[in-house]
Design a protein around this ligand. Structure first.
Ligand SMILES: Nc1ncnc2c1ncn2[C@@H]1O[C@H](COP(=O)(O)OP(=O)(O)OP(=O)(O)O)[C@@H](O)[C@H]1O
Ligand SMILES: [Mg+2]
Length: 438
């Protein structure tokens, strides 16, 4: 539960997380130090300074108490107060109320010390920022004394806090800049990997910290190996198909020359084999096909649909969903082939097909639906596998290798997407969604 809570609230990006990890302890430390240490320190200093003043106030109070009458008392008080930089008034102009602002912790400590040391003290007034007024009871009436606050409290106790705050902000800014440079190689690696997932090879050089560089090098090794493998696959399949074609052509020629009715079946078999070889070549060429470019999808889809219509097929085009973002990076020939495969399947199993195009925030969906029997959910995964042909009996009269959907799935993958099979809600047959990343 706590993990889920943390997971929901943790910032997403690496830089924000590291900042949090760095800033949180520093801020906590500063708070603890300033509250526990700084505050106590200033309070102690204030108490000591107040204590020194206390002696003078006591002396003043005793002098006033010793005077026989009020004028003498006032003369005593004035003569003592002047060199000590105290203002005195006797009698006090008005009763004084105790005013101690809540946030003024040093002031409260001072008032406390004064009350403890001067039993005759009536009130302390800290309502003025720089001056303190107190009132004491004497036999000659209330005595008002005023003095500068600097005499009893350390000045500018907040300077240290301001300084730490400014320094903290400065170091945070510097570490943010440094950190951003550390994150950049990771972002570059992510970009290169994403692009490769969509079939594009971006120039990439590992950089940054040791661990990041290691990941980058591993990615480059992996990419090179995959490239080598797919090139080897293409070369091998192309070679085999090419080498097989010549003897097949010879075989077909020989069979037709035999002029035997039995041989007709064999000629058909040979034709099937030739078609399969073409399909292999197609499949092998799959991801080595055309280069990615920025192309607009709606005209491309319309063209494919028109091509099928011209040959007399019932293919409808559903209205466009979402806003057309203009050209998007894709392999136009591959997308065209994928669409042709899906529509070909739809027409082979049903009587009519409908093609839809939808633009989402992060993905683009091409949908082909038909009114055929569809594929039951538990066999859909199997249908995507190369050479998989479901329901062999039903398919026997239709030529096919079972590579069509595998090729489409491959094309989807090289565009950073997937091929999903489902059931068409309107037409009742298969619904194939080719989803590609934007
Ligand atoms: N629209 C569809 N309706 C019903 N079943 C389908 C549909 N599309 C494909 N299938 C089933 O999935 C299997 C695999 O399809 P896939 O396109 O990969 O091969 P194929 O059409 O048999 O041969 P190929 O396309 O290579 O000529 C098909 O044999 C068929 O049984
Ligand atoms: Mg097919």
């Amino acid at each position: 539960m706590i993990r889920q809570w943390l997971h929901d609230r943790m910032p997403r990006s690496l830089i924000a997380r590291v900042a949090l990890i760095l800033v949180l302890p520093v801020v906590t430390l500063q708070l603890v130090v300033s509250i526990a240490f700084v505050q106590r320190y200033y309070e102690d200093v204030t108490r000591q300074m107040t204590h020194a003043l206390l002696l003078e106030l006591r002396f003043l109070g005793e002098a006033v108490a010793a005077a026989p009458d009020r004028p003498t008392a006032l003369a005593y008080a004035t003569s003592i107060a002047a060199p000590l930089e105290l203002d005195v008034a006797l009698p006090a102009p008005a009763p004084l109320a105790e005013i101690l602002p809540r946030w003024d912790l040093a002031g409260r400590a001072m008032a406390e010390t004064l009350h403890e040391g001067l039993p005759d003290l009536r009130a302390v007034d800290l309502s003025e920022p720089r001056r303190v007024a107190i009132q004491m009871a004497t036999p000659q009436g209330d005595l008002r004394v005023g003095f500068s606050r600097r005499r009893v409290a350390a000045t500018n106790p907040h300077q240290l806090l301001v300084l730490t705050g400014v320094l903290g902000a400065l170091t945070t800014a510097v570490s943010y800049l440094v950190l951003r440079n550390q994150v950049r190689p990771i972002q570059r690696l992510a970009r290169a990997a994403t692009a490769y997932g969509r079939g594009r090879i971006l120039p990439f050089r590992p950089s940054g910290a040791l661990e990041v560089r290691a990941a980058g090098t591993a990615f480059l090794d992996m990419r090179a190996r995959i490239e080598r493998q797919s090139q080897a696959r293409t070369a091998m399949l192309a070679g085999i198909s090419h080498d097989l074609r010549t003897p097949l052509t010879r075989l077909r020629l020989g069979l037709t020359l035999l002029d035997d009715p039995e041989a007709e079946d064999l000629v058909r078999d040979v034709d099937d084999m030739a078609r399969m070889i073409d399909a292999f070549l197609d499949f092998a060429r799959g991801d080595a096909g055309d280069a990615p470019e920025a192309a607009r999808l709606p005209p491309l889809v319309r063209e494919v649909v028109e091509d099928f219509r011209r040959t007399g097929h019932a293919v409808a085009l559903a209205p466009l969903e979402g806003a057309d973002p203009g050209p998007v990076p894709l392999r136009p020939l591959a997308i065209r082939r994928a669409l042709e495969n899906l529509i070909g399947n739809a027409l082979a199993h049903g009587t009519r097909a409908r093609v839809g195009l939808a633009f989402g925030d992060r993905s683009i969906r091409l949908t082909v639906e038909d009114d055929g029997p569809g594929i039951p959910p538990d066999r859909r995964e199997e249908a995507l596998r190369p050479f998989a042909r479901l329901d062999a009996a039903r398919n026997q009269d239709r030529p096919g290798v079972g590579l069509g959907l595998a090729i489409v799935a491959d094309i989807a993958r090289t565009h950073g997407g997937t091929l999903r099979l489902g059931e068409s809600a309107d037409l009742g047959g298969l619904r194939a969604d080719l989803v590609i990343a934007r």
